[in-house]
Design a protein around this ligand. Structure first.
Ligand code: FMN
Length: 228
């Protein structure tokens, strides 16, 4: 966006909407209520998405949106005052945001990365984090949170097993099939509101096989029963 006709608030919203969300569901709608005020109407997807347990992933996505809004606002020398409407139902978290100009506001070092950031779905590297990198991660969390490092071979094997088991459940239950069928956009590198298949980290042949299988639940069921 960012043309001469758009307002600062619109430019900030244009950046904020790059925030990550589970299944790229973007569980937010914006209501611009003034030159420097906006209401974020959140919702969760627990009714139809098996992964949205008690709406928690949607709530995390809304947190990511608000944090991205704050980072974007800093690029315009603005602070964002955010308040949650306490009366709103848990399924519809609603936030009122007011932009306030502040002489002391410095552009966040994360600002250039808002539109660059993407989820890394390819295989992880084996090189361990350096001590400064680990320190940086630990301090980035802020008060009340800490990183739990799992680094021994035994710990890593346990985590790998946990991930394997959870992936198996996700790939074999019919409820997850429905979610994946609706959120993956096949034959695409980019998508405004779904996950493009080329971002899944699969090679072209595996993507093709997945596309064929996901066309129907009986195909997936056959695969799960006889080949997994
Ligand atoms: C709360 C939350 C949960 C997510 N869960 C998963 C997940 O289980 N598997 C996955 O591959 N991506 C997951 N994602 C990543 C989203 O699919 C991704 O953010 C979205 O498709 C937008 O893509 P982008 O982050 O690359 O812009 C999650 C993101 C959020 C915020």
């Amino acid at each position: 966006m960012s043309t001469s006709n758009t307002t600062v608030l619109e430019n900030i919203l244009d950046l904020a909407r790059w925030a990550p969300s589970g299944d790229n569901s973007q569980p937010w709608r914006f209501e611009i209520t003034g030159a420097s005020t906006v209401t974020v109407h959140g919702h969760d997807t627990r009714d139809h998405c098996v992964y949205d347990f008690e709406g928690r992933p949607s709530q995390m996505s809304l947190g990511a949106l608000l944090e991205t809004f704050v980072i974007a606002a800093s690029g315009y020398g603005m602070r964002a005052q955010i308040s949650r409407r306490p009366a709103e139902a848990e399924r519809y978290p609603t936030f009122d945001i007011r932009l306030v100009a502040g002489a002391a506001v410095q552009a966040s070092p994360l600002l250039p990365f808002i539109a660059e950031r993407t989820v890394q779905r390819r295989a992880m590297r084996f090189s361990p984090l350096s001590l400064p990198q680990k320190n940086q991660l630990e301090t980035a969390l802020g008060a009340g949170y800490r990183v739990v490092w799992r680094e021994s071979t035994a710990d890593r094997a346990r985590i790998a097993l946990l991930l394997f088991r959870s992936a198996r459940i996700r790939l074999t239950m019919p409820e997850a099939y429905k979610v994946h069928r609706d959120v993956i956009k096949f034959g695409a590198r980019f998508s405004d509101d779904r996950i493009p298949d080329q971002a899944l980290g699969l090679d072209p042949l595996a993507t093709l096989a997945m596309r064929w299988m996901m066309a129907s639940w009986p195909r997936i069921k056959f695969f799960n029963t006889y080949l997994v």
